[in-house]
Design a protein around this ligand. Structure first.
Ligand code: NAD
Length: 538
């Protein structure tokens, strides 16, 4: 799309929605391209599947110069235009596609984004964002909002969002779906506690798991970090607090190195004050380049800047463990070289999912008009990342493959199960060339039944048996089978048998999750989404 009177180009790409609404951040960077956004959208599909959350994958990007060169006012106008344009194309929505922050975007920008979305709904007199259970109250809320139109505001202010927060506080029974159109909002404007540092916190949790797996004690170990933004900052602090010597950090302005360990509190203070957001000028260390830090002999190298950081320069990498905080920081060539040397890689799709996981928790809190405490959020995050790491290690050991391939098997298998079950349901429900003239149900043609039988057999014997499934995939699968069986009154015995087998297997798997984590809130939510008859069997 063309923004700012054709001066700026923006993109939004949806990759897959088999498991739920598409989910993915948007960035502002001069090197954004359609192909980059496409690749990042695909990543999101796999990441959400690995995270075991009910989302597909998407991504967005605006070709813009980072920091400073886009004045806040102009930036706010661009982001508002981006939000409005996407809404008018029906490309975003709380149950359709949910953006979030990424490179050079943050909570403030998400607030502008949702403010514009709300404003546009009010202009269109669309009350569907509000679920109050009371038509008179919905009308009253809409009228209150309309008054805002008469008051001028600056693009950096968020009067609609502020009003929304006020209304939700006043009427706790009301729910504003629109609030869930974007995640990563400020904590006092519909954001979740803990979201800001969630990706970095998750990176640190994954690093701890990798350290335990590789028998590296944190206390006294060494680390280097590339990138000191949303993702790179929290691990620096957590590592430092855990007794790890963080010897080097780089960002877009350069790098700092101190073999005795950097004083992370002083680094943070410098970046936040004198350094105006950058490391340059920090006096507690010498200068170092990116290639310089890649060649350091450290236990952990955390990559938290941009994609393709390690390519053929991988020959110089000496770290024992690489932790991918960024998306795609190691190219396939780089991967081949470092894994050939025996370096352990904690891959991006399982390591940097903390942000999207807490985004999911934010989305649920918005949809339910609830606010969860930080302990609960951090507990769910830690549980999830640890469970995922263990599952991926299991696949990697069973199949004697690297973590990245194991994570991909897990992700692709989960999406394939959701996709195929959706396909099966659509085949029966919508008119389809395979369907006989008479339509659906009992009258499916022999050809269609044969295709269905093959699909179902493949789903049961191949995909479900060979893929480590998560509970949300099971919800999607069971719901799709449910609609095939009951809505469409299939009478073919062999098909009913196959669907019953799938039900039995899916229920058994679900029960195993419940047994392992009887009080996991997320699992309980997934369980509540199952059909009544399946829930009774658990
Ligand atoms: P950010 O803009 O907050 O930080 C990026 C950091 O990288 C900055 O410190 C920047 O100065 C630095 N940097 C840029 N170019 C560099 C270079 N050539 N060498 C060294 N440092 C450089 O962005 P972010 O949100 O932290 O995202 C970083 C990466 O993590 C991206 O790949 C992003 O897609 C990914 N990611 C972000 C999130 C999130 O929640 N923000 C979640 C998952 C993945």
């Amino acid at each position: 799309m063309r923004l700012s009177e054709d001066e700026i180009i923006g993109y939004r790409v949806h990759h897959n929605s088999a498991r739920g609404p598409a989910k993915g951040g948007f960035r502002e960077h001069p090197e954004v391209s359609l192909n980059e956004v496409r690749a990042l959208a695909i990543w999101m599909t796999w990441k959400c599947a690995v995270a075991g959350i009910p989302y597909g994958g998407s991504k967005g990007g605006i070709i813009a110069k980072p920091d400073g060169s886009l004045l806040d006012r102009k930036d706010a106008l661009v982001i508002r235009e981006y939000s409005r344009d996407l809404k008018s194309r029906n490309a975003i929505g709380p149950h359709l596609d949910i953006p979030a922050p990424d490179v050079n975007t943050n909570a403030t920008k998400m607030a502008w984004f949702v403010d514009e979305y709300l404003k546009s709904s009010i202009e269109n007199r669309d009350s569907s964002d509000w679920l109050t259970g009371d038509a008179a109250l919905t009308d009253k809320i809409m009228n209150d909002f309309r008054l805002l139109h008469t008051q001028p505001s600056f693009p950096m202010e968020t009067p609609y969002l502020d009003k929304c927060m006020e209304v939700l506080k006043k009427y706790p029974e009301a729910k504003c779906q629109a609030l869930a159109v974007v995640t990563g909002k400020p904590a006092d404007k519909g954001g979740s506690l803990g979201r800001g540092e969630s990706t970095g916190r998750g990176v640190f949790i994954a690093l701890k798991k990798a350290a335990a797996y590789k028998n590296i004690k944190l206390k006294g170990a060494t680390a280097a970090i590339q990138g000191f933004g949303n993702v790179g900052r929290p691990p620096a602090k957590f590592l430092h607090d855990a007794g790890v010597k963080v010897v080097a950090i780089t960002d877009a302005s350069g790098g700092i190195y101190n073999p005795s360990g950097l004083d992370i509190d002083a680094v943070l203070e410098h970046v936040d004050t004198t350094g105006a957001g950058f490391l340059k000028g920090f006096e507690g260390g010498r200068e170092i380049t990116n290639d310089g830090i890649f060649a350091l002999d450290v236990d952990f190298l955390v990559l938290a800047a941009l994609e393709n950081a390690i390519d053929r320069n991988a020959y110089g990498v000496k770290a024992k463990v690489i932790v991918e905080g960024a998306n795609g920081p190691v190219t396939p060539e780089g991967d081949r070289i470092v894994t050939g040397k025996g370096t352990f890689i904690a891959p991006d799709i399982s390591t940097n999912l903390g942000g999207v996981f807490v985004s999911y928790l934010e989305w649920i809190q918005n949809l339910k008009n609830e606010r969860w405490d930080l302990d609960k959020i951090n507990r769910l995050l830690e549980d999830n990342i640890c469970m995922i790491f263990d599952d991926i290690i299991k696949i990697s050991q069973e199949r004697k493959i690297e973590m990245r391939t194991a994570a991909s098997i897990m992700a692709i298998g989960r999406v394939a199960v959701a996709e195929l079950s959706k396909e099966i349901a659509e085949m029966v429900i919508t008119s389809h060339p395979h369907l006989s003239k008479e339509g659906k149900g009992k009258t499916l043609s022999e050809d269609t039944l044969e295709v269905l039988r093959n699909y179902l057999t493949y789903l049961r014997d191949d995909l479900m048996k060979r893929t480590p499934l998560d509970y949300w995939t099971l919800v999607v699968l069971i719901s799709n089978m449910e609609s095939v069986l009951y809505t469409h009154n299939i009478s073919d015995e062999s098909i009913i048998e196959l669907i019953k087998d799938i039900y039995t297997e899916a229920t058994r798997l679900f029960a195993a999750f419940v047994k392992a984590k009887p009080d996991n809130d997320d699992l309980l939510m997934a369980m509540a989404s199952l059909p009544e008859n399946v829930r009774k069997q658990l």
